[in-house]
Design a protein around this ligand. Structure first.
Ligand code: GLU
Length: 431
C-alpha cells in the first residue's frame, strides 16, 4: 500500500480554496481559445470598451514613455489634481488632490479598501462578479441586499434600511454601482437622495462605483456623493469611458473626513504595488483634464452605445426575455424565465447551463446570472454588447449628423457581430 496522497490545495489559505478565476476574465480567455480553434464566437462575455483610447491621451502616453521613476504611492500630484478637478467640473463635488488615491485599476483599490476597513460588505443583487470574491478573500462578511425584478433590480432604500436596522452601529460598506454592471440601468436623482438618507442614518460607507458614469447614454450621470458627501467614496478610472481597460488605472476620491482611510490604503499600497505605472499616470492627466476632443469622443461613444443597446434590448424582448432598457454602459441583463418550459425541454434549468449551451450552439458568449449573485435557477444572463470595432464605428458616427438616428443599416455595417449575435440568440430561443 502506498502512502495516502493529499491534495496540495490543503496548503491554500482557506479563503482562497475553491475559488476560480474571475468569470469575466475566464470567458474572455475561453472565447479567444475557441476562436483560435476555428469556432465562430460572438464575444459578449467580457465587458471591455470597444472604443480606442482617445488620440490626445495616446499621444501623451507616447510622449511620456521615458518616465521611469517610481511615482508617489498616492499618485502623480498632477494626476491627483486633474482627478479632483474633473469631479469638481462634472459633478460639482469639491475635492482636492489630497482626497484622491490612484491605483492600478479600481479593482485593486476596492480590494485594498476591504482589506483595511473592518466592516461587512453589502452588495445589491445582481452585482459585478468580483465584489463578493474580494470580500471572501479578505475574510469579510458579505450580505447580498435583495432587490426586486419589478424595480429592474435597483436597490430600494427600504431594503437597505431593513438590513441595517437590527444592528445600527455595525461598520459596513455598501457598494453601489451605476450605470449598472450587469443591468445597464441607473438611478434617478430622487432614488439617489433616498439611498443617501438611509446610508447617512446608519453611517454606512458608500463605495460608489461610477466607472460607467461617463457612459450614461444621455450624458446625465449624477454622483450620489452630491447627496452624501461625508460618507461616499467615488470609484472610477480609465477602463470604460476612456477605452483603456488594459492600461490599469483606477481612482478613488474620498471625502476629506476619510483621510485616515485613504492613508491606511496608501500604506498597504506602499507594501504591495508600490505605485501605479508612471507613463500611464502622465497620460491619464490628459484624459481627466477634458476639453473639446474628449467631449466629442464621449458624445459619439454614448450615441453608438445608446442606439446599439436599444436595438439589442428590443430584439431580446421580441424573443421573449424580460429585460430593462439600457440607460448607460454596455450591458443588458435579460431574464429568460418566461421561456423556462421551452428551455427545460432542452435540458436547460439554470443560468450556468443557459450560458454554456448558448455558447456551444450559437457561439454567443455571455455570463450566467449566478455569477452576479442571482439564484442559480434563475435564467438570467449578462450580455456585453461590445463585440465591434469601436474606432470604425466612431468614425462612421461622426459622419451622421447629431440628432439623427444610427439606424439598423448603420448598426449592421459597423456592429455586425453584435447584431448577428442577438439574431442568432433570438432564433435559438424561438426554435
Ligand atoms: N468589468 C469588466 C466586466 O465586468 C471586466 C473587467 C474585470 O472584470 O476585471 O466584464
Amino acid at each position: 500500500m502506498g502512502r495516502k496522497t493529499t491534495s496540495p490545495d490543503i496548503h491554500l489559505n482557506l479563503n482562497v480554496r475553491g475559488l476560480k478565476q474571475s468569470a469575466t476574465l475566464a470567458i474572455n480567455e475561453k472565447s479567444a481559445q475557441m476562436i483560435r480553434e476555428g469556432h465562430q464566437v460572438y464575444r459578449l462575455g467580457l465587458g471591455q470598451s470597444p472604443f480606442p483610447v482617445p488620440q490626445p491621451v495616446v499621444d501623451e502616453l507616447r510622449a511620456n514613455a521615458h518616465q521611469k521613476d517610481y511615482l508617489p504611492v498616492r499618485g502623480l500630484p498632477a494626476l491627483r489634481e486633474a482627478v479632483a478637478g474633473y469631479h469638481r467640473r462634472l459633478h460639482g463635488i469639491e475635492r482636492s488632490a489630497g482626497d484622491v488615491l490612484v491605483g492600478p485599476g479600481s479593482k485593486e483599490l476596492m480590494f485594498i479598501l476591504q482589506l483595511v476597513y473592518y466592516g461587512d460588505l453589502l452588495i445589491p443583487t445582481p452585482s459585478w462578479v468580483s465584489y463578493a470574491p474580494q470580500a471572501k478573500i479578505v475574510g469579510r462578511q458579505i450580505h447580498w441586499v435583495s432587490t426586486r425584478p419589478d424595480n429592474d433590480w435597483r436597490l430600494m432604500p427600504d431594503e437597505l434600511d431593513r438590513l441595517c436596522r437590527d444592528d445600527r452601529r455595525r461598520p459596513r460598506i455598501l457598494i453601489l454601482n451605476y450605470p449598472s454592471n450587469p443591468t445597464g440601468d441607473s438611478y434617478t436623482i430622487d432614488e439617489l437622495k433616498a439611498l443617501a438618507r438611509v446610508a447617512r442614518k446608519y453611517k454606512v460607507i458608500l463605495l460608489s462605483d461610477e466607472i460607467y458614469g461617463e457612459l450614461h447614454h444621455r450624458g446625465q450621470h449624477v454622483s450620489i456623493a452630491r447627496f452624501y458627501p461625508e460618507g461616499t467614496i467615488i470609484s472610477g478610472g480609465l477602463s470604460k469611458w476612456c477605452g483603456a481597460g488594459g492600461w490599469r488605472l483606477g481612482t478613488f476620491v474620498f471625502p476629506p473626513c476619510m483621510r485616515w482611510l485613504l492613508e491606511a490604503m496608501a500604506t498597504v499600497a506602499s507594501e504591495t504595488y508600490t505605485s501605479t505605472s508612471a507613463p500611464i499616470q502622465y497620460a491619464a492627466v490628459r484624459a481627466f483634464s477634458g476639453g473639446m476632443e474628449m467631449e466629442q469622443y464621449l458624445a459619439q461613444s454614448r450615441r453608438v452605445l445608446r442606439h446599439l443597446g436599444r436595438h439589442v434590448w428590443r430584439r431580446l424582448k421580441t424573443a421573449g426575455a424580460t429585460v430593462s432598457g439600457p440607460v448607460g454602459g454596455f450591458y443588458l441583463f435579460p431574464d429568460f424565465t418566461p421561456l423556462r418550459e421551452r428551455l427545460a425541454a432542452r435540458g436547460i434549468r439554470d443560468s450556468a447551463a443557459l450560458a454554456d449551451v448558448l455558447l456551444q450552439e450559437t457561439g454567443v458568449a455571455g455570463l450566467p446570472g449566478v455569477q452576479f449573485g442571482r439564484p442559480p435557477e434563475e435564467l438570467t444572463l449578462r450580455l456585453a454588447y461590445v463585440d465591434f470595432d469601436g474606432a470604425r464605428a466612431l468614425m462612421a458616427a461622426q459622419q451622421v449628423p447629431l440628432g439623427k438616428e444610427l439606424d439598423k443599416a448603420f448598426l449592421e455595417l459597423y456592429c455586425p457581430n453584435v447584431i448577428r449575435a442577438v439574431d442568432a440568440m433570438a432564433k435559438w430561443l424561438t426554435r
